[in-house]
Design a protein. Structure first.
Ligand code: M6R
Length: 613
């Protein structure tokens, strides 16, 4: 989705904003623009395509003596991804500019009204309406004009506004689209749609809430409610992420770096929460009393994409160990179906970003129906964490690659902790078992760390016979069925190979018709409770000449009788196989996409944070 960066302060504007936009590239975009104030006039540059194109046309303007301005990366919704539609958008005078994320739902009627009043439009975007609407209300107070304009708007926005009449001030506002401020006494004031652009300058972050407006200057920020017009006092939070975490650190792609960061992300997610002596789990930030935990009759897990796959794994864990019935929903379906939810239901949202529009809408609905909300989330202070009653943070650090990797395995680690916690609180698990499973989880990071380089080498060689496939199937059973779905999603999103994931037992109900000598099938076959069943399904694929790649347990020689292409993984407790078996699926997708020359970190049409429905 679109990205906003705004800055006012002592530094040169263009490098700050350009670097900030680069740090938002992962969000996905198709055009970009920048505007700054120099000698009392606004100077605007915009271009289609990658930021490099913008940098090229900026030329010497990179060194412009400007200290206030805005930048934007646009992911087209209204109007093609052309230069004319790229942000910033101006009013009729050219003295006021707006950058905007989100969708102005009533832009048609507003545009017609403004056209009748004589405004002229230069783009097809919904955003441009905002510039003209603010112009309509502007006398000498920009804050008042923006507030009046936003009162007319239906839809979602994160907004940055600059006007020549107030040359030391940026206005920011948000409603249903993320926007954060970075503040620093000497560096100045920053605004951005996500934290990474702020990291080189400050760790002091202000998370805006919906319907808030900010007057941002180099040495101050004042927040107002758009509902009451009153000032709002907000905490400035210190975050633990640093600038290097949002850089590639010698890796070719963020995705590969993030695959390699998984052991650390798991350690950071687990450590301090599980007592290695007793297996007892502490999750105080969940904010649920023992009585509330005891009263849960059902759990709904709500998420999108990769996070939904984490939910599917968690259903197996929670039902088995905590013995609570679990329903798993794709958030975009959940929010539009008749929900049988009341105060005895616990709703758990799972989201890396904490900003996904459908998941947010889902938890709001569940909360209105009386359910307690817990979110499993990676971004401190994100909207979802502020709207939930409690949070279990994953500590994966910033995830920049669009394809989710370390966020997913950290979600699984957090959900496993969550399972042990529920099982303990509800008296469903013996201390010995808890201790055994807790220790296995703690040890898993070291197992993954040790196998990663060897695994990548093996997979790199293996994919030479598969990288040009047109289709791919992933199959798994039980806990590894969701991993088959996740493997297929990873492959299709970054390599553009058509890939599907299936429960192995489901093959003969249709998909087996696809199997022939040209169809690669990746089979997950660890030595687990359903191993024999999995092997039978894999034999059926072999009998139809499917091209099998098998991932299984070290020492399982039988797999070699089925295919030559076997990848062995160390044996861990079978409950933790979903975390372990995700890693080769990620590496396979990464190596294939890389081999095909795809843009691994920013796959076409995709956005990292899906903040519109
Ligand atoms: O931030 P979220 O976890 O809520 O995002 C949900 C999905 O958009 C996300 O998991 C997506 O499917 C992955 N980035 C794909 O790799």
């Amino acid at each position: 989705m679109c990205g906003i960066v705004g800055y006012v302060g002592r530094r040169m504007l263009v490098p700050v904003v350009l670097e900030g936009l680069k740090r938002l590239e992962y969000r996905g975009y198709d055009s970009a623009g920048i505007v700054y104030l120099q000698d009392g006039a606004l100077v605007k540059y915009r271009s289609e395509g990658k930021l490099q194109n913008l940098e090229n046309i900026l030329g010497e303007a990179i060194g412009a003596p400007a200290h206030i301005g805005l930048g934007h990366t646009r992911w087209a919704t209204h109007g093609a991804p052309t230069t004319e539609n790229a942000h910033p958008h101006s009013d009729c005078t050219g003295e006021l500019v707006v950058v905007h994320n989100g969708i102005i739902e009533n832009y048609h009627s507003l545009r017609n009204e403004l056209l009748e009043k004589g405004h002229t439009f230069a783009s097809e975007t919904d955003t441009e309406v905002l510039a003209h609407l603010i112009e309509e209300y502007l006398e000498d107070d920009l804050r008042a004009a923006v507030s009046k304009a936003l009162a007319r708007v239906e839809g979602s926005y994160a907004l940055g506004v600059l006007w020549t009449g107030m040359p030391d001030t940026l206005i920011a506002a948000r409603n249903h689209s993320p926007l954060v401020l970075g503040v620093h006494d000497e560096e100045g004031g920053f605004m951005a749609s996500d934290i990474p652009p702020l990291l080189p300058y400050t760790d002091q972050i202000v998370f805006l809430d919906d319907l808030e407006l900010v007057v941002l200057k180099g040495d101050s920020h004042t927040i107002y409610s758009l509902v009451t017009g009153d000032k709002v006092e907000k905490e400035v939070k210190t975050i633990s992420w640093n600038s290097a975490m949002a850089e590639k650190g010698g890796f070719k792609h963020f995705m590969l770096k993030e695959i390699y960061e998984q052991p650390q992300a798991i350690i950071d997610t687990v450590s301090g929460r599980i007592n290695p002596e007793t297996g007892s789990v502490e999750l105080p930030e969940m904010n649920l009393s023992d009585d509330e935990l005891a009263g849960i009759e059902r759990i709904f897990l709500v998420a999108c994409g990769t996070s939904w796959h984490a939910a599917l794994v968690a259903k197996y864990w929670i039902e088995r160990w905590a013995k609570i019935p679990v329903e798993v929903d794709i958030a975009s379906e959940f929010r539009y179906r008749k929900l049988l939810i009341d105060e005895k239901v616990l709703t758990v949202s799972i989201s890396q970003s904490g900003e996904t529009a459908d998941t947010l809408a889902g938890i709001r609905l569940a909360r209105d129906l009386g359910s307690k909300i817990v979110t499993i989330c990676n971004v401190v202070g994100s909207t979802m964490t502020r709207e939930a009653h409690g949070t279990v943070y994953t500590h994966a650090g910033p995830e920049i690659g669009v394809a989710s990797t370390k966020a997913f395995t950290s979600q699984l680690a957090a959900l496993f902790l969550f399972t042990l916690y529920l099982a303990e609180k509800r008296g469903r698990m013996e201390a010995d078992k808890r201790l055994e499973l807790g220790r296995e989880l703690i040890n898993l990071a070291a197992v993954i760390d040790a196998m990663l380089p060897r695994l990548q080498e093996e997979i790199k060689k293996l994919i030479e016979s598969y990288y040009d496939a047109r289709d791919f199937l992933f199959v798994g059973r039980g806990l590894n069925f969701p991993i088959a779905l996740e493997g297929a999603l990873k492959l299709k999103e970054i390599s553009y190979i058509h890939a599907e994931g299936y429960a192995s037992g489901e093959l003969k109900h249709g998909p087996i018709a696809l199997i022939d000598k040209d169809m690669p099938v990746l089979g997950l076959a660890p030595k687990d409770a359903v191993y024999q069943k999995s092997i039978s399904n894999l034999e059926e694929i072999k009998a139809r000449q499917g091209r099998l790649i098998l991932i299984g347990t070290e020492g399982d020689e039988h797999l070699k009788c089925i295919t030559d292409d076997v990848i062995y993984l160390p044996e861990v407790h079978e409950e933790l196989n979903p975390i372990l078996y995700t890693i080769p699926a990620q590496l396979l997708s990464y190596e294939i996409a890389s081999r095909r020359g795809c843009d691994v970190d920013q796959p076409r049409n995709l956005a990292k944070s899906v903040t519109v429905e």
